[in-house]
Every structure is written in C-alpha cells, then in structure tokens.
Design a binder for this molecule. Structure first.
Ligand code: HEM
Ligand code: HEM
Length: 221
C-alpha cells in the first residue's frame, strides 16, 4: 500500500465550491433573493462548464475517457470481491458523476428560462416560446429534488467507503489516498482550470453583469 496523489486542485476546488454554491442557491431561492441566486448560479456554471472542459483536456484521471467505463466493465467491477481501494472514480461512481454534472447543467439551463410569474425571470425567457418557459420552470422546481436525492445517496456512499477504510472523503480534501494500485497520473496545473473559470465567468459577466448587479443593488442597498 502506498499514498499517492489522486485528485488535482481543479477537481477539489470544483467539488467543494459546488457544495457551498448549491447550499447558497437553495437558500437564496427560498428567501427570494434572486440577484444573489443568479450571481451564485453564474459562478457555479463557470466552475461546472470548466469542469466539463477539464473532463476533455484536464488531468489524466479527471478525464471522462478515464473514468466512464462501458456497462460491461461496470458489471465486471460490481462482481469483483473484495474491491480494491481505487485511485479515482470507480465505474459506478463514474456514472453517478456524469449524472450529477448533467442534472446540474440542466438546472442551470432551465434557470435561464425560468420565470416566477411576478417580477423575476431568466435572460432567455423573452427569447423562447412561452410553452418552453412553463416547462423549464417546472423542471427547475422539480429537478432540484432529484439532485438533492442523488446528493444524499452520494454522501451516504462516500461516508460508507470512508468508514470501511477506503478514505475517499479525505482524498477529496487532501488529494492523496492510500491504495494498492500504483497511481502515477499526469496532472495539469490548477491555474489552467482557474483560467477557464475566469474566461467563462467573464463571458457571463459581459452578458448579464449589468442586470444582475442592478438586482443585487435593489435587494441589498
Ligand atoms: C451538494 C453536494 C454535492 C454534490 C453536488 C457533489 C457532487 C460531486 C461530483 C460532481 C463529484 C465528481 C467530482 C469530479 O470528478 O470533478 C463528486 C465526487 C466526490 N464527492 Fe461529492 N458532491 C456533494 C457533496 C459531497 C459531500 C458532502 C461529500 C463528503 C461527505 C462528498 C464526497 C465526494 C467524494 C469522496 C467524491 C469522490 C468520489 C470517488 O472517489 O469516486 N461529496 N461529488
Ligand atoms: C445550477 C444552478 C441553479 C440552481 C441549483 C437553482 C436552484 C433553484 C431552486 C432550488 C429554486 C426554488 C424552486 C422552488 O420554487 O421550489 C429556484 C428558483 C428559481 N430560480 Fe434557480 N437555480 C439555478 C440557476 C438559476 C438561474 C441561472 C436562474 C436565472 C438566471 C435562476 C432563476 C430562478 C428563478 C427566477 C426562480 C423562481 C422560480 C419560481 O418561483 O417558480 N435559477 N432555483
């Protein structure tokens, strides 16, 4: 057994900021602070879209091609016993990661077309047919329940692994994990990920910065 680096800074920054941002998004919607809601949503989207880009050009084990396995491979992995402590997403958590990323993106896109039927609406509401707005608003309300259910399963699974000695939660914090496999991945500098985040965030700022700042001003000043 040896301790080696398995998660780069990008995956860890993305992971823990998404947890904080989701909590803030839920709370801000609950309080009807939509200026804050949109600010947090664009921030999360910048981190999320950059994580998707990282899945193609980022560190070796953060790439989709590395952790998305065929159903047959996933089945063989499931039947393996005992399962060795891995050095990245296992085939099952790989699918879970894909699903969570997709549902978060869906939540963001439907938010852009959501209206509260009073004063607040996403920037695409005026541009798409009204039937789309109705559907998107319903999806935006319900999809969050699906996300929270998956998150609950995800957290229980993470705690279970950690408790059984496969320290996956510690690894998501420190980046390092004890494992039988020799993990020697090619890592890319976290600065590149942060650059993606800045560029995508900058595009959102140019597009919606004025509108959102005005909403923040009227909510908080
Ligand atoms: C809002 C809540 C959460 C969401 C949406 C979420 C989502 C995700 C996503 C998308 C990944 C994949 C990361 C990547 O490849 O970039 C991941 C990995 C992981 N998350 Fe979370 N997470 C949440 C909360 C938590 C919490 C509270 C814990 C710890 C108790 C946790 C533990 C982990 C672990 C250990 C992994 C790595 C899994 C593996 O080794 O395959 N997550 N999470
Ligand atoms: C991934 C990012 C997002 C998350 C997690 C999220 C989450 C939520 C939640 C939990 C609600 C309350 C739903 C309910 O009434 O039960 C909500 C409502 C709302 N969100 Fe988002 N949201 C996100 C992105 C956005 C974006 C990008 C916009 C617009 C730019 C937006 C605009 C709204 C509006 C206008 C409402 C009120 C809808 C209503 O009252 O029916 N959201 N959001």
């Amino acid at each position: 057994m040896q301790k080696s680096k398995i998660w780069d800074g990008a995956v860890r920054i993305f992971h823990w900021s998404q947890v904080l941002l989701l909590a803030g998004l839920w709370y801000s919607a609950d309080q009807e602070w939509y200026g804050l809601h949109m600010t947090l949503a664009y921030t999360l989207a910048a981190l999320l879209l950059s994580r998707v880009a990282w899945g193609f050009v980022g560190s070796e084990n953060a790439r989709f091609s590395h952790f998305v396995k065929s159903p047959r491979q996933a089945w063989l992995w499931l039947r393996r016993s005992p399962k060795p402590a891995g050095t990245g997403h296992n085939p099952l958590s790989g699918y879970m990661v894909l699903l969570m990323l997709t549902l978060l993106l869906l939540q963001f896109v439907t938010g852009l077309m959501t209206s509260d039927d009073i004063l607040t609406e996403g920037p695409l509401v005026a541009l798409v047919p009204s039937a789309w707005v109705s559907v998107a608003s319903v999806i935006h309300q319900w999809n969050i329940n699906v996300i929270l259910t998956l998150v609950a399963v995800h957290i229980i699974a993470a705690i279970w692994h950690q408790w059984r000695g496969d320290k996956v939660i510690t690894a998501m914090v420190t980046g390092r994990k004890l494992s039988a496999e020799n993990a020697e991945f090619k890592f890319r500098a976290v600065g590149l990920y942060l650059l993606f985040v800045l560029v995508v965030g900058g595009v959102f700022y140019l597009w919606q910065g004025d509108v959102v700042l005005e909403m923040l001003r009227s909510e908080w000043i």
